[in-house]
Design a protein around this ligand. Sequence first.
Ligand SMILES: [Zn+2]
Length: 440
Amino acid sequence: MNFRIMNFRILNFRIITAAVLIGVAAASSAAEPAKAAEKITAIRAGKLIDVIGAKVLTDQTIVISGDKISAVGPSAGVKVPAGAELIDLSRATVLPGLIDVHTHLTGNPLLHGYRGLGESDMRAAMYGVRSARVTLEAGFTSVRNVGAGGFGDVALRDAINDGDFPGPRMLVSGYAIGIQGGHCDENLLPPEFNYTSKGVADGPWAARSKVREMVKYGADLIKICASGGVLSKGDEPGAQQYTLEEMKAIVDEAHKLGRKVAAHAHGASSIRDAILAGVDSVEHASLIDEEGIRLARERGTYLVMDIYDDDYILQEGEKAGMLPESLLKEKEIGQLQRDNFRKAFLGGARMAFGTDAGVYPHGDNAKQFFYMVKYGMSSMQAIQAATINAAELMGWKGKVGSIAAGKFADIIAVEGDAAADATLLTKVKFVMKGGAVIRR
Ligand SMILES: [Zn+2]
């Protein structure tokens, strides 16, 4: 009896607390848009990269109201409202904020192999706070996070959206889903430890259920492992893991729930079956063959080929704790992946910029531009892969990826002509996200 009364009181208290909190939230959200709407900024851009038209415009003015772009055009024709804050980038090249569609912000590049076993999911999420800031300061205003433990990526996304600390806009997957003993499992411990990654699901219905679980806890997209990997123990990158039947179930369930699917796939058969199952992007695609390139082109499946991180793995991997077998695997497929990047691009496959940040230090994402140009793209095409193409893959084409009225004011600038030399993007001088200057 007493217990019930106490419970009732607690309940009452909760209702009152909730009412107070709702009141506070309503008051602050009512005040904020009004304040944001007052803030008007104008950027004078000496050069502006039009990523949709694939050309460089000169002497442009961008007007920003709150967090969105309200006007952009030749400076002579754009009216700057009185009282606007002026940002002079007349000696710089201005372009949309960059997008990396394959990151692991909670991943510490110094904790590979057995070293990572001592780190908790919560500690990894805290590391993600640092990675988020560093990534944003490097000019990457949006990322997809494709695989994290403990839903640290969901927490990171929500904290950034709540304004707790700076970071890029994020789409997150939660755990990467894969077969027992596969690339997305944790295979470092002997059986008596009885440990299986929470992303493991074998069979079509278990895999469907795992998709539902990821969505339940906040995933924006689904990440699966279609083949073995480089940094996992006891598997082969060229060997298929999920079957076509399992991947069809995953894709069907994810798309039904409004989520895209990104498939880690190195080997040719895993790439082919992932595309046939209907995934939205193939990650790595290292050993893609002619059939895979044709299927990707015909179905419009994006390829996300991380062709920079080979440098870090081979130069720093041993010091960072990577297993000897991982280094051997990278030596076998690293160069093939770069050669196949060229073949796939020339073969007409759609490409989005993704780097596997977290394997290598966060903030170095733009180092990949050098290799994208070396292996067949023009600088403009590489920039398109990291802006408008990446935005399309994320389903955010209407929000980010180009400098246009109505889109978020995610804008960066560099010295020199980045459209002629995309490697300049490793030295971003100015970063704005949603109208707020992050770096200048
Ligand atoms: Zn990855």
